[in-house]
Design a protein around this ligand. Structure first.
Ligand SMILES: [Fe+2]
Length: 385
């Protein structure tokens, strides 16, 4: 996270005396990845974050793959997935490998616990709904189209102000970051980046809670959930500063690129992780040469699997998809526009498509739960009338 940010009260010097009005010391905590060398922040708490009254193992969260070697172009309709009780514990895995898990949640109610993912960063695409994600670093109001970036270790809880809520959740083993080629040597996003620091929304309100009692914190680590009962409210931070915190950007603030002829998906890259990229396909004018074919050419994504989540029912090159569709085009097969789409596109001036693509450089498994909402004829849709 390349922007320095601070909120609330912090002492003039790091690791120095910083007292409350009653004369006692605030409690300093460093949170950051890669030990003491990655991006980090310093937080100042009312209470020591290590104050745990009890611990217990709650459940295992093992993602199970479809064991059949069903390698083909695939299509899943998330509209058919069951609603989930909350946003965390019963997320439905759809696709995953060791680098990335794609899950879906349609929470019926707010969780009555706080959550910390201790094994992965989370990138939440808000497909529907509105609310606030409350965190140790402050509040982040969210709305439809937002990407919420929640680095591992950040304690948070969702509060909803408009439902239904539909979350596409990407859990990443590596640090989710802005693409390297968009940044200069100082970390600033350059003029070639399709979004800038001005488009990023950072935590603004930091309401420190001074409450004692019993507070449930669920921690994900080792594909298991452990419950820690804290003796104080975990959002007791009066101030923090640094480069490590949750942030968000709306997909509408991603500026799509248009060329005289078709530009490839890398111009749509929005985030980078370890062994995967995330791209945003946004409404835009079509390519402007009179001879240009706006829809993409066929391609074989050798050494990568391509998954696309359709955040609207329109997609320039595809028929038969709907809002909430998720397609998987794995290595080993070609894919391309549906019949007629190339010719059709020649007369159009713009596309209203909205989609989130994640390309992984290692194969994705299909989770067992995705099979229930699979359109099994999808691979034949290029020869259908
Ligand atoms: Fe593709």
């Amino acid at each position: 996270m390349p922007i320095y940010h601070h909120l609330g009260e912090i002492p003039h010097k790091r690791h120095s005396v910083f007292r409350k009005s009653d004369g006692s010391l605030y409690v300093e905590e460093l949170m950051g990845n890669k030990g003491f060398t990655g991006p980090s922040s310093l937080l100042y708490h009312l209470y020591q974050p290590t104050r745990i009254k009890s611990l217990r193992h709650v459940t295992d969260l093992k993602w199970e793959a479809d064991p059949s070697p069903n390698t083909q172009l695939r299509h899943f309709k998330t509209a058919g997935l069951p609603l989930t009780a909350g946003a965390v514990l019963d997320r439905i895995p759809l696709l995953f490998n060791n680098d990335l898990g794609a899950l879906f949640a349609q929470p019926l109610a707010e969780d009555d616990f706080f959550y910390r993912n201790g094994q992965g960063d989370e990138l939440i695409y808000v497909s529907d709904g509105e609310g606030v994600v409350e965190t140790q670093f402050g509040d982040l109001p969210f709305r439809r189209g937002d990407y919420l970036v929640i680095p591992r270790g950040v304690v948070h809880r969702y509060h909803y102000t408009a439902q239904p809520v539909r979350f596409l959740i990407l859990e990443s083993a590596g640090y989710i970051r802005t693409p390297r080629r968009y940044r200069n040597e100082h970390g600033q996003l350059t003029e070639i980046s399709p979004y800038s620091e001005r488009d990023m929304r950072l935590p603004e309100a930091l309401p420190a809670r001074d409450q004692k009692g019993e507070f449930r914190l669920l921690v994900k680590k080792g594909n298991a959930i452990t419950e820690a009962i804290l003796d104080h409210h975990p959002f007791d931070v009066v101030g923090w500063d640094g480069y490590y915190y949750p942030w968000e950007i709306n997909i509408e603030d991603f500026e799509p690129r248009v060329g005289r002829f078709h530009l490839p998906p890398p111009v749509s890259q929005t985030f980078e992780g370890d062994n995967f990229v995330v791209c945003s396909f946004c409404p835009r004018p079509f390519d402007f040469d009179p001879q240009a074919i706006p829809v993409p050419y066929n391609h074989s994504n050798v050494m990568s699997d391509e998954a696309i989540y359709y955040a609207s029912s329109e997609f320039m090159s595809r028929k038969g998809i709907e809002y909430g569709s998720l397609t998987l085009h794995p290595d080993g097969f070609s894919h391309g526009p549906h019949p007629g789409k190339a010719e059709e596109s020649l007369h159009l001036k713009e596309t209203r498509e909205l989609a989130v693509m994640f390309d992984t450089f290692h194969p994705l498994h299909v989770a067992k739960q995705a099979l229930a909402v699979e359109d099994r004829d999808y691979y034949r849709s290029w020869i259908a009338d």
